[in-house]
Design a protein around this ligand. Sequence first.
Ligand code: GTR
Length: 326
Amino acid sequence: MKLMKTLTGMLLATAAMAMTATACEVTLKSSDTHPDGYPTVEAVKHMGKLLEERTNGRLCVEVFHSAQLGQEKDTIEQTKFGVIDLNRVSMGPFNNLVEETKVVSLPFVFKGVEHMHHVMDGPIGEEILKAFEPHGYVGLAFYDGGSRSFYNKVKPIKSVEDMKGMKVRVMQSDIFVDMMTALGANATPMPYGEVYSAIQTGVIDGAENNWPSYESSGHFEVAGYYTLNEHLIVPEVLVMSKASWDKLSAEDQAAVRQAAKDSVPVMRELWSAREKASEEKVRAAGVEVITDIDKAPFMAAMDSVYEKHVTSDKLKDLVARIKATD
Ligand code: GTR
């Protein structure tokens, strides 16, 4: 009887241990400005699943979507201090912190999305990922952000002349402010989460973004003219706080890196499907899409932006190598 009790006790203890082994030991907090279901959110969730499986539950990821942890610029700061472990953001808000991110935020620097993939999947991408480290972040992977175009609530923009005097929201980076100024518009840098009401109340006339963001943010409801001028192709980045990273074993660091890399193809598939779905949704809602647009004058106006921002040898070299990549 005594032996039975001891055996039962041992079995129960083993079962309890097995249960704790599958529960998450460390849950990494991840931030995203986009709503649940958005490709970036789903990609980081996928990464989390891979990580949990591969580390037998030692590491898990919880994605706080819909800017629950704050707007991008603030979350970038919190990530530096390890308050947030992982962060999926555009490279734009990193421009004033990590110099190398500027080159991929320059208007018309990429010939198209395929060119951007070739650059970011190659040695230049690797170099940019490494550039985050001295600033307190570990660059893990790049995600797609499509191409960004202008939208507004006043009139269909068909030429650079139509940009004159327009009040346009941009991401918080000097490059985008100068880009708008070069086009004759008035740039208003502001957090993404404030754009909808700013357009609605007339503080600004419009903004610029890709199809999925234009759709999921609801901006199409208040700014119904979308001009397909595709001035920016800014990749998105998934970073980890260096402070959080340093707490992990070398084995777990490698697992994080691999899971992040493995989430990229999943992200790209989700992205291209969402681009189409978002475009269809806003067109069906009655948005006027201006496709007949000559991009050349928009490109020509960008010389001053390159002159002002591509000043160091490092950036000049990166831009030249991007242009030389097929
Ligand atoms: C989106 C991007 C976000 C955010 C937003 C913005 O396309 O995915 O990370 O940067 O644009 O315009 O602020």
